[in-house]
Design a protein around this ligand. Structure first.
Ligand code: GLN
Length: 390
């Protein structure tokens, strides 16, 4: 049947993150494109799913999630994030952090509202906004140091601006916001009456003694932040779709209404298993995540720099942006395809994370794979680097 797609579709394009996963699969390459994160599951999660189905967690849950999970999230939010929240009023469990962000934006903003994004940005953030007819306004982080130019940030604010949307740590560059930066952002949010939407999905993945700070733990931001996070990355369960938002009571109720409409609820057995894992996994587990990712980061960064693909060392999350000017190709997509063809390594073109052309010489490498996969990828890069003169 012939049909005309909705007007909304003309604004959207398939994410390069997914595109490159498909391209990589076609040549049976090593996927360092999408943050698939296919690491072994903590046993407690495997057992938790079985137990959940046996206990009857197979039908709909409350639209904001099961009590057990909301309570565990509230406890963790207090202990790890220093955010005080009421499990009955402030938390909505959603289908991944992506779902939580979507519901939040749907509940809060009107078409035409402007939302500030730091660039490089996560493409799903950009398109969440675009799909709701919101206007992303890009503020560039200073290249390589990824520091914030606060004059630039303030001058991007106008009467239509409603919020600043950050990821912390940042996908794709691995910046970890400092407490000073967050306080300054908070002062601007207060001055211009803005929300801060803070996607903290990589909150447990920080390196080199950096500390993850949740904006909602700071007095200046406490009442104007929606904290968004989830367990996809922390527990390597990207396909389970367990994310959540923490917001003020009235807003949280609206987010819950939207969540009900879009998803009804997050998958019930997964909610139970995640709650069990939060309750039982000890600090050691979270420290080991950082240690094992650090080993992978260091190995991949060393290899990339030896081979002329200059990495910007990330402070957190599990991606590396690298300057690949040395590779042939007129833009990052061509360079990305070149690298895939010549080495069998899938990455994501830098242009996917920038509004202008600043990403044209950049590729994103994901290191959320087993160490043996990263080692194999490194060998392939080294073996083939003579092709681009190294
Ligand atoms: N967050 C992951 C990435 O940046 C996966 C995104 C997705 O597939 N939706 O690669």
């Amino acid at each position: 049947m012939k049909f005309r797609p909705s007007y909304r579709m003309s604004e959207l394009v398939q994410s390069e993150i997914r595109n490159m996963s498909v391209e990589c699969d076609k040549v049976s390459g090593i996927n360092l494109s999408q943050g698939i994160c296919d690491l072994p599951l903590p046993e407690i999660l495997q057992d938790g799913i079985k137990e959940a189905t046996r206990l009857g967690y197979n039908s709909y849950t409350r639209c904001d999630g099961i009590q057990y999970l909301r309570e565990q999230i509230a406890k963790k939010a207090l202990e790890y994030n220093h955010i005080k929240c009421d499990p009955d009023r402030n938390i909505v469990v959603s289908c991944g952090a992506t779902g939580a962000l979507y519901c939040t934006c749907y509940a809060l903003f009107n078409p035409g509202d402007e939302i500030i994004l730091f660039e490089p940005f996560y493409g799903y953030h950009e398109y969440t906004l675009v799909s709701l007819n919101l206007k992303p306004v890009y503020v560039k982080l200073i290249h390589e140091s990824w520091k914030i130019d606060f004059d630039c940030l303030e001058s991007a604010i106008n009467p239509n601006t409603r919020a600043i949307l950050i990821s912390n740590p940042v996908n794709p560059c691995g910046k970890v916001f400092s407490i000073e930066e967050l306080n300054k952002i908070g002062t601007l949010c207060e001055k211009y009456n803005l929300f801060l939407l803070s996607d903290e999905i990589y909150e447990y993945i920080v390196f080199d003694g950096k500390k993850h700070v949740s904006p909602a733990s700071l007095p200046v931001l406490k009442d104007r932040t929606v904290t968004i996070s989830g367990y996809s990355k922390t527990y390597s369960i990207t396909g389970w779709r367990i994310g959540y938002s923490i917001a003020g009571g009235q807003l949280s109720e609206l987010i819950g209404e939207v969540n009900d409409l879009f998803y009804v609820c997050a998958p019930s057995p997964a909610q139970y298993a995640v709650a069990k894992a939060i309750e039982n996994l000890q600090d050691r587990f979270y420290m080991e995540i950082c240690n094992s990712y650090k080993e992978k980061r260091d190995l991949l960064c060393d290899t990339l720099s030896r081979c002329g693909l200059y990495p910007f060392i990330p402070e957190g999350a599990y991606y590396i942006l690298a300057d690949v000017s040395v590779l042939p190709g007129k833009d990052s997509k061509e360079k990305c395809i070149y690298l895939l063809d010549e080495t069998g390594i899938g990455t994501v073109p830098g242009d996917a994370f920038y509004s202008g052309s600043s990403g044209k010489d950049v590729l994103r490498f994901c290191f959320a794979r087993d160490i043996s996969v990263i080692q194999k990828a490194c060998s392939l890069i080294i073996e083939n680097s003579f092709k681009w003169g190294y």
